[in-house]
Write a protein that binds this ligand. Sequence first.
Ligand code: ADP
Ligand code: ZN
Ligand code: ZN
Length: 709
Amino acid sequence: MPSPIVVQVVVDKPLAQGFDYLWDSNQLGNDPEVGQLVEVPFGRASLVGIVIKVSAHSDYELDKLKSITRIAPLPPFDAASLRLVNFASQYYIHALGETIIPAIPQMWKKPDNWEKALEKISAAEEKKQKKIQQEPSEGLIDEAHLNQGQALALEKLRQCSVEKEFKTILLQGQTGSGKTAVFLNWLKGILEDTTSQVLLLVPEINLTPQLERRVRAYFPDKKMVVLHSGVSEKNRGIAWYEAMTGKAQIILGTRLAAITPLPNLSAIVVDEEHDPSYKQQDGIRYSARDLAIWRAHDLKIPVVLASATPSLESWIAAKAGRYEYIRLDQRAQGAALPQVRLINTRDPQSQFSPGDIGRPISASLITKTLANAISKNLENKKQSLILINRRGYAPILSCNACSWLSKCQQCSSYMVMHKAGALGRRPALSCHHCGLVKPIPEHCPDCGNADLKTLGKGTQKIEDAIEEMWPSARVLRVDTDTSRKSKGAEELFQEIHAGNVDIVVGTQMIAKGHDYQNIGLVAVLDADSRLFSPDFRAAERLFAQLVQVAGRAGRSSKDDESAGEIYIETQYPEAAVFQYLLRHDVDGFLGYLAHERDEAKLPPFSYQGLVHAEAKSLDKAIQFLAALKGRLKSRGLMTPGLKVYDPVPRAVMRVAGTERAQLVLEADDRRQLQDVLEAVDQDLRNGSQGRISKGDRIRWLIERDPTSI
Ligand code: ADP
Ligand code: ZN
Ligand code: ZN
């Protein structure tokens, strides 16, 4: 009798180890392979899992083992993709099963539907074939049309990728300098090999439709799939299948695409590599950019990081020669850089005075300087973009008679006032942290006063003010309230492109990627709110956003006079962020930041980890972390070069009734951090069921390289 086959399978549970199952080749119709997606009995239920090991024996009694019930009609995950998830699991201190299974689309996690899924795919394939032939290809910048700088950049990229060799390349160039045109031409060469796959990562769903059109037009005869959370479950299931079977050559997606199995991956591009949305903020908290670099290293392929404002990490690596450094320094269409103007809001000259003619009722919302500029821009028949990074009408509702404020009862934050708006929504108070929605009180809940006032400003309030000041202008508001779905946003962007709008009021989402042609003015109203933040990356982010925003202005103009203007309202015009922005000096600012971080020994000059704790009371969460710190000390794990801070409440301490605290660990080198985080994991697991501590029932999670602390 042949010896039985035992396979080890990981499932989506926070368990460090896999489980042994028996494999009956006769019944299953196949021999086992590592990487195979299977269905297994688990407790009383059944789960999907991935085979991670095949052997002839088990540490458990064979007759106690259960059997694999079904195999998915899929090829096994390829070896390199398994190495990637293994690495991610170790590096981010997250169980392998919890790393690999959540990244699989729902369609492939329902064994009863496996056969049907395949039918859906062949049906979709036929439909697509028909559609592709009808799509026109337009707006291409092929190799022959690249300008000199671009041609040189392309040449350098090709040199970097000619051999099968790992290289990280930072492609830095201001918005509109033609980076996309360069890397698409580069990918074209790679895709000539019809088995090659390329992965193109973008930070946000909102950016995909535009890039998708451009890439499709560029590669009309290549199979491309799009993977992001806005794609329907069915289409995601299909796209993932085509990616992991090697049928799709171009994979365009957001961070979740970074760990999709791609058996023939030959090149990676991470566009807007500095963008914070590459960091996953729940479950396994990975950085898609960092994983992309690891993946490229493992596969010995090139990875291009593109940005106008590189992350400090990447910029330093490029400066130090650890990355190849390619620069594009001219705007492709010859457009000049916009003029940056700082409006000092403390300067009375910038404000309306009570006697001014045409002084609006909402005069405090928009400075006189900005109002004049908008009027002039309207006369010039140019569009204006007004940015304020807060949706809703006002961030707080307050009572003037007592001290009542619209606090959320479940969170340590305020409920935002929303006016009645598009989509038939009623006026309401809404908490942007836990989602709680309540009607707006007519009287103060504490003292009965009927005169409630709003504090601060959101997109709706600014929209009202603008409509009041320029009654004949066509005003459009763009925020997540007016564009619930990615398609919704796309429709709004099209309105702007078509010239159906004079003034756009919106959140950061209008500032990214879109290549508007007629913007003469951009204004940022709330820059200061992001200048002072406990997070040491706040200034870096603000700078990147402002540069991004500035890139929206004056895209098409070729002469200085109509180059477009960006107005920033601030009380602190002397702050470094603004001063470097005035000169469009990205490198100067990054150099300044590097110096600052080096002095303070903050990342990237040190490495950080976080332990999160969530409990019903803040005291308990803090005690839990303090006790952990005590154990690290008594076990001699606090080695020189390692700093363990005291536990503190999170910036937003309470969300949906749960109190949140954190413990920051900081080490001089990666290895040291890895060792201590593994020890923390071991320690916490010992007293826990999954990731909930026994007894005091505190939920904990370890985060590596946190991006917001
Ligand atoms: P980036 O990615 O750096 O923002 P893009 O590649 O998107 O820049 O180029 C910005 C704009 O300039 C796009 O509208 C693009 O079509 C156009 N463009 C790029 N390269 C050229 C070129 N060589 N000649 C003319 N237009 C170009
Ligand atoms: Zn009151
Ligand atoms: Zn809340």
